[in-house]
Design a protein around this ligand. Structure first.
Ligand code: ATP
Length: 318
């Protein structure tokens, strides 16, 4: 049986001469999740990714990938990971096909099989029409896709992507996110770093926030944005027109601790409740029974950027 977690990091520490880059990092990544790894400049993201990619030896702590020790079993780990660094490597004078063929050969894939695999990864990254183009002449977004295609050539189970969306325009970024969503559907686990939490919000199901070498949050994306302790919830209720009877009915409900009155000319209420005692469905039914005409009823999530600011400290670590 394979380990439940694809990545398991326990108390990882890493120091560059006098500088402590990672100060006891612990988190895990579940199979077939898209796990965001977010932190400001100098947080230690690239250091962690390089360790996971077996390019940097961990100094203290334990790092397991698919149940293998990252250092003792590094050959077994390398076969199952695909690492995309934060910069595009050389080989710009090659065509897209030559580049992928080169890496396929380096992985020991035979000629015939290579042609098929390269065809598949070019189709997946939507680069089939560019296979004879020189890498040098491609846009940054296209180079990122080639870089991703390269990582896929040996069909790894875990993708380690260091800031793949940096420098991309909004369209290229959205297209990249769509490709990553497709890769997850194909059964891959994706660990992806970024400076920007909101950039990963719709893509990732889990996130770890790192600041100055320390984990500030690790868990579900949803857990990050629900307010306070996990049982207290806030919902925004917007009515077509002000309707005092609805507000009164909600205030009387057991489990509802607060109903903020609507602003003048804006019939929007914030309903705070304990979800151990009452469900959003019961609240909505109460509103309808009271005669309120509902325009929307949605969870009021703490804004992602605010969550990020709350968890990380000001200033850049260099
Ligand atoms: N080779 C190195 N020698 C000395 N210090 C280093 C080295 N590599 C990284 N550092 C330092 O370690 C800390 C963590 O760097 P790292 O590159 O892992 O952070 P990061 O989160 O990836 O940052 P960024 O988002 O800016 O790329 C930083 O303070 C950085 O200056």
């Amino acid at each position: 049986m394979e380990a439940e977690n694809v990545i398991d990091i326990q108390n990882l520490r890493h120091r560059y001469k006098t500088h402590q880059a990672l100060g006891g990092v612990t988190f895990s990544v579940q199979r077939q999740s898209i796990h965001g790894f977010v932190g400001p400049n100098g947080a230690g993201k690239t250091t962690t990714l390089k360790i996971l990619a077996t390019l940097l030896r961990p100094q203290m702590g334990s790092v397991g990938v698919f149940g293998h020790d990252i250092f003792a079993d590094r050959k077994a780990v390398r076969r199952r990971i695909g690492f995309m660094p934060d910069h595009f490597s050389m080989y710009r004078q090659m065509t897209v096909f030559e580049y992928l063929d080169f890496f396929g050969a380096a992985y020991g894939i035979g000629l015939k099989e290579r042609d098929k695999i390269i065809g598949d990864v070019l189709a997946l990254t939507d680069m089939a029409g560019r296979k004879d183009d020189l890498i040098n002449g491609l846009s940054r977004g296209m180079q990122q896709r080639v870089s991703l295609a390269r990582v896929l050539v040996h069909d790894p189970d875990l993708l380690l992507l260091d800031e793949p969306a940096s420098g991309l325009d909004p369209r290229a970024r959205i297209e990249l996110m769509e490709i990553l969503g497709e890769l997850r559907r194909l059964g891959k686990t994706i660990f992806i770093s970024s400076h920007i939490l909101s950039e990963l919000a719709t893509l990732c199901d889990h996130v770890t926030i790192l600041d100055r070498g320390e984990v500030k949050y690790t868990g579900t994306m949803r857990g990050l944005t629900t307010t306070g302790d996990d049982l207290t919830m806030n919902y925004q209720l917007t009515l077509r027109a002000e309707h005092p009877a609805t507000g009164e009915a909600l205030s009387r409900l057991p489990g509802v601790s607060r109903v903020t009155p609507p602003l003048p000319n804006e019939p929007r209420y914030t309903v705070t409740f304990d979800r151990a005692q009452i469900s959003p469905n019961v609240i909505l039914r109460t509103v309808l029974d009271a005669g309120g005409e509902v325009v929307s009823f949605t969870e009021d999530v703490k804004h992602l950027n605010q969550a990020f600011m709350d968890l990380t400290e000001p200033g850049v670590r260099t």
